[in-house]
Ligand binder design. Structure first.
Ligand code: R5P
Length: 309
């Protein structure tokens, strides 16, 4: 079966296709001079996307990724529905091959706006979830910040996590004695890594003042002489990790590493992190210079579950 990617997640789509033993199709994609996007199912893949179920792998980040994801789903839906007539010729219309178009989202943009924090706001994650659900027959989402945001959609959604792969990678390459969750929101993910590795675990309580300022409540962590890995779903500015790392170093940690699924690394985060931690490890959900862990295995688990059900 085909795994299709556009401009955002080619490496991960190839990774997923390998895990599933399917084949990879690269959509034609480009930008017009004014910045608008264009996608097309390649001529030699038209029959392939009609003959079998299709999984589109696309990041809904940055904003251009949202539009490209929708255009890819629309183009493939048209082909699958047999709408093949075009101004420049081609095949006549054909039969509709029916359902079987799935969307795998490695990094779901806007996932942190999962609630209405102040009246008058849009619940962005929910709004986007509803839009994508209207264009596919099911979704797989990797390490979504808070899965509750996509509850109740009209198509099945499989939430998958790359934490088993993060644990395996850390175990082989970092050998941590202690896993730290930098806030309450990451406890479930980080504790699953500690359990898989078989090491000690604790968490911090974080208050975010603004996008660049966070404060942790002081806590005794018992990390003297320890190698510690801080685990989060995403690293953006790096502020959360840098603050947690300061607490760990001041309490005697000998080595501090940071690991996450989604390495956004905005605003010079990599150089800031390099001054605070001994290593930064992310999956390839987003393309970044620290993507040493496969996200394809987790996505493959989700795709298999989606198709089995
Ligand atoms: C928020 O709760 C997330 O799980 C991350 O902790 C946060 O987005 C990281 O952002 P930054 O790297 O900018 O501190």
């Amino acid at each position: 079966m085909p795994v299709v990617s556009g401009s955002s997640a080619r490496g991960l789509a190839e990774d997923l296709a390998r895990q599933l033993d399917w084949h990879h199709i690269q959509m034609e994609s480009r930008r017009f001079p004014d910045g608008e996007g264009y996608v097309r199912v390649p001529e030699d893949s038209i029959s392939s996307v009609r003959e079998q179920d299709v999984v589109v792998v696309s990041n809904t980040f940055p904003d251009s990724g949202i539009v490209e994801t929708l255009l890819m789903l629309e183009a493939i839906s048209d082909v699958r529905a047999g709408r093949l007539a075009s101004l420049k010729g081609g095949m006549d219309s054909q039969d509709d091959v029916g359902a079987g178009l799935y969307l795998a989202i490695p990094y779901f943009g806007y996932s942190r706006q999962d609630k209405r924090f102040q009246r008058g706001e849009a619940i962005s994650a929910q709004a986007l979830g509803r839009i994508f659900a209207g264009h596919c027959d099911g979704m797989v989402v990797l390490d979504l910040h808070a899965p509750v945001a996509l509850e109740g959609l009209p198509v099945p959604v499989k939430f998958v996590s790359a934490m088993p792969e993060v644990a395996e990678y850390l175990s082989e390459n970092v050998k941590p004695d202690f896993i730290l969750s930098p806030d309450k929101g990451a406890i479930e993910r980080a504790s699953s890594v500690a359990e898989a590795i078989g090491c000690r675990f604790s968490y911090l309580e974080k208050v975010r003042i603004d996008a660049h300022t966070i404060v942790h409540q002081p806590k005794d962590l018992d990390v003297d002489d320890s190698i510690v890995a801080i685990i989060d779903d995403m690293i953006s500015t790096g502020g959360t990790i840098c603050k947690a790392s300061e607490a760990l170093h001041s309490q005697g940690a000998t080595e501090v590493h940071a690991a996450c699924t989604h390495g956004l690394f905005t605003d010079g985060a990599i150089s800031r992190l390099d001054q605070h931690v001994d290593g930064v490890h992310a999956t390839n959900s987003l393309s970044n210079p620290r993507s040493s862990i496969s996200g394809g295995k987790a996505l493959a688990r989700g795709v298999r579950e989606l198709l089995e059900n």
